[in-house]
Design a protein around this ligand. Sequence first.
Ligand code: ZN
Length: 644
Amino acid sequence: MASCTVKNDKVENFRYLIDEFADIKVIRYTVPGWDKLSLRQKEYAYHLSEAAKWGRDIAWDQNCSGNIALRHTLEDILENYKGERSGEQWDAFVVYAKRVFFANGVHHHYAEDKFFPECSREYFRSLGASEEVLDYVYDTEKWQQRRSTATDRDIVALSAVNFYEGVTREEVEEYYKSIEVKGDPHPVSYGLNTKVVKNAEGKVIELPWKLGGIYDAAISHIIEHLEAAAEVAESESQKKALGLLVEYYRTGDLRKWDEYNIEWVKDTEGTIDYINGFIEDYNDPLGRKGAWEGHVNIKDVEASERTVALSSNAQWFEDHSPVDPRFRKPEVKGVSAKVIDAVCLMGDAYPSTPIGINLPNADWIRKEYGSKSVTISNITHAYTYAAQESPRNLLDEFAYSEEEKELEKKYGAYSNEVHTDLHECLGHGSGQLLPGVSSTAMGEYSSTLEEARADLFGLYYCADPKLVELGIMPDLEAYKAQYSSYIRNGIFVQFNRVELGRPNTEAHMQNRKLIAQWCYEKGAADNVIEKKVRDGKTYFVVNDYEKLRGLFGELLAEIQRIKSEGDYEAGKALVETYAVNIDPVLHKEVLERYAALELKPYGGFINPEIVPVKRGGKVVDYRIEYCDDFLKQQLDYGKRYRAL
Ligand code: ZN
């Protein structure tokens, strides 16, 4: 029997939520597996992180050409201003500075719109800002959106991004049409690493972002650390990939970029992995230019082992599932998911960051060589822990009793993750259709029913002693946290995301409503789930966890039957009866209670620092240090990685 050790990476007495301003919250994440790395692995991660941090200025400059000069002004004022550093105007200035640091520029990181300080221009000037910088900050006409969403005018001219200069959309499109090779099965990502301008003769040309080109200073430091990393890589494959990446940075050759990606995607064995380059094209109105991004991560060994344990026992789960044996797969294979923990986020992935990675982007490489798809565990956890620390939070507002809250705090994040693993690794792959039944028989109800099937598989097995036996669940209490929060959310809390008067239409939300509502109604006679009202507030409370498990099993059997037999009418009836309509009274209540919490809709992160520990002039270890001050980290990076 495997032993169940750390099932919760929450560090005691560690503050996750660091700062809140405007519509933003800043969070810290921890790196649980760091101490298990060898010195060589730590050195590898250290140099990859340095290579990431040296790209920071590139992302700022790409977002808009005035951002770097503005940032230098903000840094100078925050570090050196000797006048009164308090009062309404100063506070407004500091909030503005934090917003700029969070967005890597003057445009909202998500909404794309330019935002403005609430202190006056006169005040900002009195702090020491130049007229040029003040124009950049206060001009309401120019640079309105980072990526323009206009439909009637030139989105290239209107976008503030620093990808094009003095060219129209038409000219850019003409240019790329003229250089792209038609019918190439292996097309390079034309325009990924260049700025498009006109030369002295008025001809459209590309200026590459490379060593000796634009961003030379930053890229030379990136190369220096990539080369140092290559020296201590975990494998020949990693070393080869880094060599190709360096060559690409030296030459700007997009063929090298593709070669690099092919080598990078092959390396699935390493503990440490990274992203470094011009990656996502969402910021470009024409969807070509890659925003610079850095990411360093280590494999979450425990979480990855968990998914391996599940998938290698896939047949046991299939054979014991509560569905009619005719609908079970005689031979089933589980999928094992890879889980990672971030060590360093940078550029377009910092401070706001994705919780999953799916790269490379080139379609032909994905098709011929595959892609890496991973979830970032410590980032997801940090969001959860930070939300619990917030004085006003969803749990305190919508959980009925202290007992329920304690259960959630102790097991919630972990049991939810195990549920997700069961859903992804086993749920979707389980079951079979009867001969002659079409896989498209469920029509427009198929996504909702399929998600419900996978969720129910996870919910049913969450509570199974087999998971404790496999060392996946710590005990027979942990699943209760998942049951309570699933019901609370599915029947009630999740509707804070739906406009009042609108029906529930999104497939995942429908599936959760279907399951929670069905169990609420079917278990009514036994009071399995009880609707309670206290001080005018409604709560949904699970009274009988074992009976609820029975209901999950029953509904799983029914939905599997519907799918296996292709019973469209029954599938339709389930969705339309239980998933679509939202009780208008409850809907109004949840929206009001949610609004009153005034939660910050956007979150982002502070990086831990990887600090070399020296003894006798030699590095003997690399230690992780956790910074707890957002501005301090930003100012520190400004000094240490100033390239532009
Ligand atoms: Zn799914």
